[in-house]
Design a protein around this ligand. Structure first.
Ligand code: GTR
Length: 428
């Protein structure tokens, strides 16, 4: 066939308009999952998976058609950044509110106070200033406080960019005394690289168990008329908490609040993606090993599924999300659209080699399929078509990605990549 100009235009049009349909195929490029681990995964107990076995190999992944990222509900193609921002982005955000994470109270609450109750300029052998801030919310005669721990480099000219960690592990992981130092929050390394290390414990915003939304922040702000199918659940509450910490950071003149990256691991990584989607003040969004309900495509059903996660963690997502248990193909969104909501800002997604439960290839594909939105802004999203090799980060575009050796976890290696990525984009 000869490629006449008319044929070329037609081909270009088709690639723009045709939805992303996928059929099972091994990841091409570098990393491939271990078949042994995949087999183990497919033998995992199925009691919360709607009677299905888990998918642990590409051959078992069903064909699926991703919802269209760049087509409005009226069927119009989205071809400009303006059309994305004014029409499509609000539509996609609304779909995630309604069907996945639920609706949180909008904006800064009234009756929120910041109490900086600890300032130590001699922390970390004099290299950092430690601050602790108590954020207190009051509503309907109830109150709730969230503690923020932060270390700001002393060697700085002016305000510094910051990484804000949503800590979903025990509080000692963000130890203000630094007796307990862990890779999960390498505050010393973060400070040495010129960034402020900021963290809060998610459980102070909302408890990580099903309590019928009686306690935590829901107890203060849920409608007295009762909850509905799209009321905010716990991931949305944690994301809302991250935004309130950012409210404080905006008032702290040692922090460059225009350059704050929100970081989360696993359930925290699902939360950081939603925080970045719902609050455009976050300049960078880092989602580490976030899997189902985070960066991984739900429609692949690889590893943890929508039904499984809703049954195991009934408080994470809004009630509407359970309509998609064993019914992923009818989801009006998939997770590439969640990543796209952070465009044209910086996003970093990670996977780890042994964490097949979180579907590394599905996390990569989300980042890849989100990329066309960055293109509308004249930017490169992921800038890669194929899965990279192990420990070979992709960082040339506005979406960074790596797959690290080892299992589920947030490690020093991961943090080093986030900081390399930030250096590249923020210290130009
Ligand atoms: C797993 C869960 C994941 C992930 C993880 C975590 O058990 O299935 O969705 O969120 O926990 O947060 O550690």
């Amino acid at each position: 066939m000869r490629w006449t100009p008319r044929l070329l235009t037609l081909a270009a049009l088709l690639t723009f308009v045709i939805p992303t349909v996928s059929t099972a195929a091994e990841p091409t490029g570098g990393w491939k999952p271990s078949s042994e681990l995949g087999e183990k995964l497919s033998k995992r107990s199925t009691d919360r998976n709607g009677g299905r076995t888990f998918i642990g190999s590409e051959q078992q992944v069903p064909d699926y058609t991703l919802p269209e990222l760049l087509k409005t509900e009226d069927g119009e193609s989205v071809e400009t950044a303006k059309a994305w921002e004014n029409v499509r982005r609000p539509e996609v955000l609304e779909l995630f509110r309604k069907h996945v994470y639920g609706r949180a109270p909008v904006g800064r609450p009234e009756n929120m106070t910041f109490d900086v109750y600890d300032v130590d300029r001699t922390a970390m052998d004099g290299t950092a200033t430690r601050k602790q801030v108590k954020i207190t919310f009051e509503n309907r005669g109830k109150s709730l406080s969230v503690n923020v721990v932060m270390f700001v480099p002393n060697d700085r000219q002016g305000p510094v960019p910051a990484f804000l960690l949503i800590c979903n592990r025990d509080r000692e992981n963000i130890d203000p005394t630094r007796k307990n130092k862990v890779e999960y929050w390498p505050a010393e390394e973060i400070v040495a690289r010129g960034y402020a290390a900021v963290a809060f414990f998610n459980g102070e915003v909302d408890p990580d168990h099903f309590d019928e939304f009686k306690n935590g922040i829901h107890g203060l702000y849920d409608s007295e008329k009762g909850r509905s199918d799209d009321s905010w659940a716990t991931l949305a509450a944690w994301a809302w908490g991250a935004s309130r910490v950012l409210d404080y950071l905006e008032t702290d003149d040692s922090i460059d609040a225009k350059h704050v990256g929100v970081v989360g691991h696993s359930r925290g990584g699902k939360t950081s993606l939603w925080a970045g989607a719902s609050d455009e003040r976050f300049a960078m969004v880092v989602s580490n090993n976030s899997g189902c309900g985070g960066a991984a495509l739900s429609m692949r059903q690889f590893g943890e599924t929508v039904g499984q996660i809703n049954r195991a963690f009934p408080h994470w997502f809004c009630d509407n999300f359970s309509k998609y248990n064993e019914n992923e193909q009818n989801l009006p969104v998939d997770q590439h659209m969640l990543i796209a909501l952070s465009a044209p800002r910086l996003v970093y997604v990670t996977s780890s080699d042994e964490d097949l439960w979180a579907d590394p290839y599905g996390e990569f594909l989300s980042a890849k399929h989100a990329s066309p939105v960055w293109k509308l802004f004249g930017k490169t999203g992921l800038g890669a078509e194929e899965m990279p090799a192990l420990n070979e980060p992709i960082q040339q575009g506005s979406i960074g990605y790596h797959i690290r050796s080892g299992g589920h976890g947030l490690t020093l290696y991961d943090w080093q990549q986030f900081m390399n990525f930030a250096d590249k984009h923020w210290k130009k």
